[in-house]
Design a protein around this ligand. Structure first.
Ligand SMILES: Cc1cc2nc3c(=O)[nH]c(=O)nc-3n(C[C@H](O)[C@H](O)[C@H](O)COP(=O)(O)OP(=O)(O)OC[C@H]3O[C@@H](n4cnc5c(N)ncnc54)[C@H](O)[C@@H]3O)c2cc1C
Length: 454
């Protein structure tokens, strides 16, 4: 017999640590217990993974939060096809530990391994290879979703395809994804062949990115936040591909796992440490690391450099930070990127880290973020004017025909959201069908008008 479910009143935050939320949290230890949590949970319900969304996507003030991290089992694996069936609370970290030594890797991975499969679906996450490989939806075959009425429904491209696609970018608002069948990628080694290309300005950066499109499945650029005017966009483009056994003929363990986290930020740093001097120092270190990266990089350095430091988000101090991530179409994209970076520089807010990637064709997810274009992610420590600044930037993104990533969003208004996501009405129709009473909600969904305000 499974132990009785217990809800604990807990204070939760997003990864940006600037919104605190008091929620009733339950951590089911069996898939059967999810149904009970939906039945007895007080107030609106929301599933949660490892809390790596930056804003309020995984917060549900006054309501129930179903912490999925105990449901992390591997249910079945086919070593020939790479098809994995697993519980949705499985993290990429555990998946890597289990499958990397056997020569398998996640098909798509975001920039941290501390995410669950359920979280990857809810945000339809993308990695450095979106232009060549698509978003997380491209590796998912089917999933079972616990619906608000207690039904457990299997969905796929053929079985209730509308609900299947609505879950990619569905932000946990359509039910709890309980288990998933997805495809893994066969790898010969855990290393990546990489090349660093320093660039002088934004035009050169976009040109080099386009040049390497066909030859390299992975690409990402660090853009120096201190460069303005003519040198705006100066940075380092890193492109890469999987290293083969032949590339690493002399390597003693080509399927080596990464090291455990050794460095830790033990407590919140004082706000005064975030100043132009530290901004310069941090970005000088990043530039040096990128330009001297070597020909081969282990996947930890290639995909997850920030994971090496535990609790790095505490470095932004008591008020936390936001990551402003948007995508704009390629055509006219350079002008919008330039205008947004100039607006941030003029505002006096210090952008600590600027990352540019390009995205390819969208998935079928109604509210999925990726669309053909350039995506820029900018880390901004929270200051008094930050919400107003991001809303001004939102208007520029809307004008350019782009959108904000809901996994990073913290301050967007319902009006901007509606203007950015043209398939919102289709998604709302699915929401009304599976959740007519609006049982599933989050702080973000109320802010964006996806569910009524309390
Ligand atoms: C350092 C860092 C780097 C990142 N890099 C990238 C990147 O390169 N690309 C990218 O796309 N994203 C990136 N992200 C964002 C991250 O991938 C997403 O926010 C992801 O959704 C987090 O997964 P999680 O398990 O922590 O989910 P949470 O943050 O806990 O929840 C996110 C959403 O998923 C829903 N959810 C969680 N579990 C379930 C479930 N079982 N069923 C239904 N809904 C569920 C929640 O309700 C919530 O709406 C990054 C984040 C960090 C901190």
């Amino acid at each position: 017999m499974s132990p009785p479910l217990r809800f604990f009143e807990s204070s939760l935050t997003g990864w940006g640590r600037h919104q605190q939320s008091s929620c009733h949290v339950v951590r089911p230890e069996s898939r059967a217990a999810i149904g009970e949590a939906l039945r007895v949970g007080p107030g609106p319900i929301l599933p949660r993974g490892l809390g790596r969304s930056y804003g309020d996507a995984a917060l549900n003030t006054g309501g129930s939060v179903v912490d999925m991290t105990a449901l992390d089992g591997v249910l079945h694996f086919d070593d020939t096809s790479g098809l994995l069936r697993c519980e949705a609370g499985l993290s990429l970290e555990r998946l890597l530990a289990h499958f990397v030594p056997r020569g398998w890797f996640p098909w798509i991975t975001p920039g941290t391994k501390f995410v669950t499969i359920g979280g990857c679906i809810a945000n339809d996450v993308h990695g450095k290879g979106h232009h060549s490989q698509g978003s997380f939806a491209s590796c998912v075959l089917s999933m079972r979703v616990a619906l608000p009425n207690g039904e457990l429904r299997e969905v796929s491209r053929d079985a209730d395809p509308e609900l299947f696609w609505a879950n990619f970018g569905g932000m946990g608002l359509l039910g709890v994804v309980v288990d998933v069948t997805l495809r893994l990628r066969r790898i010969e080694t855990t290393f990546y062949r990489q090349r660093s290309v320093p660039v002088r300005d934004l035009d050169e950066l976009l040109e080099r990115m386009a040049e390497h499109d066909a030859s390299h499945p992975y690409s990402v650029a660090w853009v120096d936040p201190l460069c303005t005017g003519k040198s705006l966009g100066r940075g380092v483009l890193t492109v890469g591909d999987h290293a083969t056994r032949a590339d690493l003929a002399d390597h003693p363990s080509p399927l080596r796992l990464g090291p455990p986290q050794r460095l830790v930020v033990p407590a919140e740093l004082p706000e005064a440490t975030l100043n132009p001097v530290t901004l310069r120092a941090v970005n000088a270190v990043i530039r040096a690391m990128l330009t001297r990266g070597g020909q081969f990089a282990h996947y930890e350095q290639f995909f997850y450099p920030l994971d090496l430091i535990k609790h790095w988000n505490r470095g932004y101090g008591r008020r936390g930070f936001t990551q402003y991530q948007f995508v704009v179409p390629r055509s006219g994209g350079a002008q919008t990127l330039r205008a947004i970076l100039e607006a941030i520089a003029a505002s006096g807010n210090l952008p600590f880290l600027n990352i540019l990637k390009h995205l390819g064709a969208p998935s079928g997810g109604h509210l999925s973020f990726p669309m053909d274009g350039y995506t820029f992610a900018i880390d901004l420590p929270i200051r008094d004017g930050t919400p107003a600044l991001t809303r001004r930037l939102d208007a520029m993104v809307v004008d350019a025909g782009g959108r904000i990533y809901l996994g990073k969003d913290a301050f967007m208004t319902a009006e901007s959201f509606r203007a950015m996501y043209p398939r919102l009405d289709e998604w709302m129709a699915v929401k009304r069908r599976v959740d007519p009473e609006g049982r599933f909600a989050s702080d973000q969904s109320r802010r964006l008008g996806l569910t009524p305000r309390l």
